[in-house]
Design a protein around this ligand. Sequence first.
Ligand code: ATP
Ligand code: MG
Length: 565
Amino acid sequence: MEPQIQAAENTEKEVVSRHFIEQEIDKDLREGVYDHVHTRFPPEPNGYLHIGHAKSILLNYGLAQEYGGKFNMRFDDTNPTKEKTEFVESILEDIKWLGADWEDRLFFASDYFGQMYEKAVLLVKKGKAYVSDLSAEQIREYRGTLTEPGKDDPGRERSIEENLELFEKMKNGEFEDGSKVLRARIDMASPNINMRDPVIYRVAHMTHHNTGDTWCIYPMYDFAHPIEDAIEGITHSICTLEFEDHRPLYDWVVKECEFENPPRQIEFAKLYLTNVVTGKRYIKKLVEDGIVDGWDDPRLVSIAALRRRGFTPESIRRFIELCGVSKANASADYAMLEYCLREDLKLKKKRLMAVLDPIKLVIDNYPEDQVEELEAADNLENPEMGSHIVPFMKELYIEREDFMEEPPKKYYRLFPGNEVRLMHAYFVKCTGFEKDENGKVTVVHCTYDPATKAGSGFSERKVKGTIHWVPAKGCVEATARLYENLVDEEKGVYNKEDGSLNLNPDSLKVCEKVYIEPAVGGAKPYDSFQFVRNGFYCVDYKDTTDERLVFNRIVSLKSSFKLPK
Ligand code: ATP
Ligand code: MG
């Protein structure tokens, strides 16, 4: 099976044309701009990674692989206000799980603070940077607008000597936060506002998660990032579209800081998904308001949440591949992600019978103490997976919805007088039922026909319905959580009036008493199964205990999604 799938994928890849970044890299290699490829993934450790980041990770790692180059994992930890070590750990775990391998190439931007400081001093010495006394607000005012040029900062007139002295004092902690900044001297009349003397260093008396209290000045992103890339010998600095207008500044920094072999920035469009919440700000609020169970709540699309829910790295990689790489912003359909997931799970996962909303079925003509060991294929589409045993007995559980006292037309499951097949077992015919004082059906009675055993070749009559079941004795009781979209699909993710989220009140349904056939025994966190007719389920790592399995529904079985041609 395996080699066949691979062959199919290869041919597909050959047909698909190369995306624009590959074309740019091909050109750079052809023209000798670079003789190798070196990429990086540079997250800020200020939150968990989400599906959008997966695109960036797989793109950068994939390009390094494709061109036989190198891939760096680098934390862009230049802003001590928001960063935490907790996030460093979770980000590394997520990237490893996705299958990107940085080998021994793990770096921290904060390790370059010394070199960044030296480069800033170099700029001051060249007359390319100066110390400013303006407040943040004044800097904004002086900056001008898209239609008006900016006004010169009085600091622009300072001598190189004075700037050197003041910058050193900034470093030595002689100034209050916000009282001084270092600005690049570029062009206050530039049509690109990013080039109007951007701030490159600020004073911030803050403890950094890596460098502690060594520094009280910190570099700004637009200054730090190109230097990080250049120090590491990155050739292609791939980032998202919002940095396009920053590219002239990126190029200015690597040039004026006199790096040989400067890296080249290339921008692509972010991955957006329909009907999901990706904004860190929104997720943080959902977590704080207790609407979701932490950053890895299975309804979120953080990598940790997808892993917890039971997504596979293969399905995410396939999805990202299908999304493609482009410069045009577009949203991918969440259903396509689910499609990739089903395609991946359906051949890999064991199929078991589980009853989510149980009702007892008694086979009145079945011998009291008899137990038959029936064989059930682990996966009909992948016979190599083998089979397992399901014990069959007089008392079973079936889904409550598989019985109806008064069935509508075209209902082929159990109702008085009707015969169905019990999966892997026999035909049974409903003979009656019992109700409690509230009129709720508690037990369904039936008789079985011994001649109809599955695999016996019985063909004298046919039944229209097949239902699943579990044995009443020996089945495993568990909890199952059924998830729907966190947001209301009809209304859209964000409320037009106040920007709040349109939440779906039914995004979580808990089935407290689920019965699963005995073969589920021994399941461990992250193990996943197909529950016949019900969907794919994964053992929750957080809430499962030694006594009780808790399952998350990964995805239902049905889909209306069609892969675009
Ligand atoms: P913030 O703006 O809060 O920093 P961020 O999502 O940009 O959030 P980073 O840690 O800076 O967080 O992102 C790391 C890398 O991932 C960046 O290169 C960024 O461009 C890329 N990235 C972020 N979101 C997406 C997305 N939706 N699709 C593709 N790449 C993304
Ligand atoms: Mg960012």
